[in-house]
Design a protein around this ligand. Structure first.
Ligand SMILES: O=C(CO)[C@@H](O)[C@H](O)COP(=O)(O)O
Ligand SMILES: [Fe+2]
Length: 227
């Protein structure tokens, strides 16, 4: 079954605990951490992640859009994140960092910006629990989905199958009722959705509807074996 991870970036930041509860039933809560250096936007940091992890039973999927990921990522595990995604463009030693995150007991995930190819990282895939392919330039919610990322999603799914890995393949940016099927058909199985969830009257229902669309699009796919 497809996983839907609502992005808290599109929620009301003055009511984070309530907004987190509004999507209980989602698989993970996606938390976008931005430092105004790696991306031109500033959101939240370790203390807010710590508070959120106490405010919801939904596990936290922290997407770090920050420089010096090697130094900061372990602190997000300590703050309560169940999955920590660092950008390969911001990590000096991605293998060491992934091993450190796993040793701390969290899922280790690596993200690629749109212009970063997957091929140089094929040998790193066994070190990861999830790979995130950005389908917008990171930094803001509500941007249009980049169709040109679909071939990269397809090639990554082929690499995962070739190596027989359990790795989850996440897409993030512009995922909505009108784009999720294309992502699912290309091979993604974890979907981040910000505006398509929090921009609706009933966020929990939006999560269910997105999951149903993704599942329908991949019914019968050999790799869609569930989590
Ligand atoms: O990481 C990011 C943006 O950099 C995302 O997680 C966005 O928050 C997704 O928002 P939508 O594109 O779904 O509105
Ligand atoms: Fe994100």
């Amino acid at each position: 079954m497809a996983q839907i991870n609502p992005s808290i970036l599109s929620a009301d930041f003055a009511r984070l605990a309530e907004e987190a509860k509004a999507v209980e039933g989602a698989d993970w809560l996606h938390v976008d951490v931005m430092d105004n250096h790696f991306v031109p936007n500033l959101t939240l940091g370790v203390p807010v992640v710590e508070a959120l992890s106490k405010a919801t039973d939904t596990p936290l999927d922290c997407h770090l859009m920050i420089e010096d990921a090697d130094r900061w990522a372990p602190q997000y595990v300590e703050a309560g994140a169940g999955s920590v995604t660092f950008h390969v463009e911001a990590a000096a030693a991605p293998v060491r960092l992934a091993r450190e995150i796993r040793a701390q007991g969290a899922r280790a995930s690596m993200a690629l910006k749109p212009a970063t190819p997957i091929e140089p990282y094929e040998d790193l895939l066994p070190e990861l629990d999830m790979l995130l392919i950005m389908t917008v330039e990171p930094g803001f919610g509500g941007q249009a989905f980049l169709d040109i990322m679909l071939p990269k999603i397809r090639r990554t799914r082929e690499l995962i199958s070739k190596h027989g890995l359990e790795l989850w393949l996440q897409v993030d940016g512009g995922v909505s009722a009108s784009t999720i099927e294309r992502c699912a058909e290309a091979g993604a199985d974890v979907f981040v959705a910000g505006s398509a969830v929090y921009g609706t009257q009933d966020p929990a229902d939006a999560v269910r509807a997105l999951r149903a669309r993704a599942d329908a699009a991949t019914a019968g796919a050999t790799w869609a074996c569930g989590h």
